[in-house]
Design a protein around this ligand. Structure first.
Ligand SMILES: [Zn+2]
Ligand SMILES: [Zn+2]
Length: 75
C-alpha cells in the first residue's frame, strides 16, 4: 500500500491525498503561516500568537535594527 501524500501549499504540511481537498479548503480559509516563525497558525489565533510568542522578540528586533524613532511626531 502506498502512502499518498501531497504538500499543502498553505501550511506546507504533508496531507493524505484522501483528505487533501478538504484540508486545503479548510486550511486556506483558517490557517495562515506566521511570517516570523513560519508555523501554521489559525487566523483567529494569530494575534494571540504574535503577542505571546513574538512580542519580546519583535521589541528586541526593533531596538536592534531601528534607530530611535520620534514617536511623538505631532506638529
Ligand atoms: Zn494546509
Ligand atoms: Zn510565529
Amino acid at each position: 500500500m502506498e502512502a499518498d501524500f501531497q504538500v499543502c501549499r498553505n501550511c506546507k504540511r504533508n496531507v493524505a491525498s484522501l483528505h487533501f481537498m478538504l484540508h486545503e479548503a479548510h486550511c486556506l480559509r483558517f490557517i495562515v503561516l506566521c511570517p516570523e516563525c513560519e508555523e501554521p497558525i489559525p487566523e483567529s489565533k494569530m494575534k494571540e500568537h504574535m503577542e505571546v510568542v513574538h512580542q519580546q522578540g519583535r521589541e528586541l528586533y526593533h531596538l536592534l535594527e531601528e534607530k530611535p524613532v520620534v514617536i511623538f511626531a505631532n506638529k
